[in-house]
Write a protein that binds this ligand. Sequence first.
Ligand SMILES: Cc1cc2nc3c(=O)[nH]c(=O)nc-3n(C[C@H](O)[C@H](O)[C@H](O)COP(=O)(O)OP(=O)(O)OC[C@H]3O[C@@H](n4cnc5c(N)ncnc54)[C@H](O)[C@@H]3O)c2cc1C
Length: 426
Amino acid sequence: MQRFIPDSYYQASRRVTLAPSSTLDSDVTADVCIVGGGVTGCSAALHLAERGYRVVLLEAGEIGHGASGRSGGQILPGFGTDMSTIERAVGQEAARRLWEMSCESVRLTESLVRRHEIPCDLVWGYVHVAVKRRHVSAMRRHAERMAERYGYHGEHWLDRERLQAHVRAEGYLGGLYDAEGGHLHPLNYTLGLAQAAQRAGAVVHTGTPALRVESGRQPRVVTAAGSVRCAFAVIACNAYLDGLVPALAGRLMKVANYIIATEPLEAATARAILPSNAAVSDANFVLDYYRLSADRRLLYGGEVSYTGQPPRGLDSRMRDKMRSLFPALQNVGIDYRWGGDVGITRNRAPDFGRVDSNIFYAQGYSGHGMTLAGLAGQLLADAIGGQAERFDDFAAIDHRRFPGGERLRVPLLALATTFYRLRDRL
Ligand SMILES: Cc1cc2nc3c(=O)[nH]c(=O)nc-3n(C[C@H](O)[C@H](O)[C@H](O)COP(=O)(O)OP(=O)(O)OC[C@H]3O[C@@H](n4cnc5c(N)ncnc54)[C@H](O)[C@@H]3O)c2cc1C
């Protein structure tokens, strides 16, 4: 029987060592207190510290403990929803600015990796593959629309035959190749941002959950053994927020998502399945996504859970799906499996805003946060510095709460997903 190690491949391949950090055990002051040590929080800490702010970052676990250190690591221009949803929310002009910012977030990721020499195996190329006939027409329309309305020419339709240059799997009908997408090692990227923030002067306290955030002229973030009195607070907890800020409850749902990592593949096998080393995701609502790691493991993600517990039969289902796509992997072992929580909003657009005039938040990337969260950090720093226009373009997206109140929210979302999962099969 296959033995699964219930731990992340990323933890086993971390290459960035942070300056030692301790838990917070006293009352301190700062210009900005950031809660959450994922990409959003670490990028905000870096951009703020570089501008001379005294920054304290509180992380409940380790840096990258949340989605940022568990993610598929796929670099995806755009959002977790299509641009027509964004247009309906904010109008065409603002939608164009938001689209431009999503592309900027990809360039920002590249420049942060370069500037801070983050060893995160950044690779370019991404393919969105069609599983159903309706995906083919929808994708082709999407690429035309993005070129016409947004001047975006990055996506190229590949028929079955041309898709072979990137993905050699059973059953795909074609795909959209985007050279501006790609992939990276998400934990090393997050740790690299934290290390750069530390070097710029930010103080990081790990193992320090914030217990409450008190509003006021000078907000106070309270922990078990200390507190941070600050001019500004940033909430960067995304799906891991739990009850910390009640005003944000109901705007975000957490959905667990899982990844398996094979043992390292022979170079010829890796080339035979993913010749260009692109990242791939399919067009289903409950999607599967995968890519190669730097040491040629196939990292294969998919499946969801609303209970926080891995669904029954998860391991064998993921392994079977991977092997039916790539029969060449029939006898390849699985070394790791792990999960993480994705923070989704009702319309799948990101949710940025203020809890109070001096308490900011950015969350709800809906599975598209790997690069956007880096830009969110920069926009949070801009907004705190008084340049809030671009942050406010995001904050203008209206977000409705999930229906059903605290008790029924999860079952209703699970029901809706079951509907879409059935539709994926048609
Ligand atoms: C399995 C999986 C696969 C994904 N794949 C992709 C992908 O391929 N591409 C993509 O673009 N996106 C992907 N995502 C989404 C992406 O990873 C997230 O959008 C992004 O990492 C969010 O970053 P963040 O910093 O906002 O949140 P997180 O990285 O979740 O960080 C939040 C942090 O806040 C901390 N925290 C929470 N409460 C407290 C508290 N009270 N006090 C102190 N600290 C606290 C948590 O411990 C956590 O470390 C994936 C997510 C998952 C889970």
